[in-house]
Design a protein around this ligand. Structure first.
Ligand SMILES: Nc1ncnc2c1ncn2[C@@H]1O[C@H](COP(=O)(O)OP(=O)(O)O)[C@@H](O)[C@H]1O
Ligand SMILES: [Mg+2]
Length: 227
């Protein structure tokens, strides 16, 4: 059984568990094998910490990829995940969106964001997936510690769902932070997204208002010339 601990304000829970739904973890934690999850689960307490540790240790297999191509490859999966309940809008940049990335990890990020968007729109809505190029100038790089001035490619996933309360927006990337019921969430989806972005030298921006949906915008350094 999952053990939940009420974290203080209504409707917000931090999951403390000795046992997780291995299927959800397999889906969201990326590149962890079912047997690794079982071994971690078998050891009792602090499962989530070990799972996050395992996925942090997993190094990306970098290659030159087109973000647009990876998003297109994910499209049939996206249809299956959210297409029956939501309208999907696609806005793909017409210029090259080349970056150095692990394509499997990019799909993992898309999957975790799509699952969250679907869950946030139980009565249906619109999911938009957009790619674009951006550039970070010196001023922005000074404000944002993760950023270096230069070209980026951005992937944004927007939904028209429930939105996220301001006080939760800084917490949603923490491992185990979830507002979902047992068996519906692990609290590891966005923590995994955050880890993957860090490994790619990028970052995630979140914009949301309660009742007005959410946008996750992911910045990846563009080009293939980094060591
Ligand atoms: N698109 C979204 N709309 C509204 N809330 C979201 C969205 N994405 C994430 N959240 C909030 O962030 C929490 C953490 O997300 P995540 O790490 O994926 O864990 P989980 O989905 O298993 O709860 C969710 O429980 C939910 O409260
Ligand atoms: Mg999730």
């Amino acid at each position: 059984m999952l053990a939940n601990r009420y974290s203080g304000s209504p409707g917000r829970w931090v999951r403390r568990s000795s046992e997780f739904d291995a299927r959800l973890i397999y889906q969201e934690c990326g590149s962890l094998t079912v047997s690794e999850i079982r071994i971690a689960a078998g050891r009792g307490a602090d499962l989530a910490g070990r799972l996050m540790g395992l996925s942090r240790r997993r190094e990306p297999r970098f290659e030159a990829v087109e973000l647009n191509a990876v998003v297109r490859q994910f499209d049939s999966r996206l249809e299956r995940l959210v297409g029956s309940s939501c309208e999907i809008r696609r806005d793909h940049c017409t210029e090259p969106t080349t970056l150095r990335a692990d394509p499997g990890m990019l799909k993992q990020v898309l999957m975790n964001l799509a699952i969250n968007a679907r869950d946030a729109m139980p009565g249906g809505g619109v999911l938009s997936v957009r790619t674009r190029r951006a550039s970070v100038d010196d001023q922005m790089a000074r404000v944002r510690p993760d950023a270096r001035a230069g070209p980026y490619v951005c992937l944004s996933v927007t939904d028209t769902g429930t939105g996220i309360a301001p006080e939760d927006q800084s917490r949603v990337f923490e491992p185990l932070f979830t507002t979902k019921k047992e068996g519906e969430g692990t609290g590891l989806g966005l923590a995994t997204v955050h880890t993957i972005l860090q490994k790619h030298g990028g970052w995630v921006d979140l914009e949301s208002e309660p009742g007005a949906g959410a946008t996750f915008e992911l910045y990846f350094p563009a080009g293939t010339d980094r060591g």
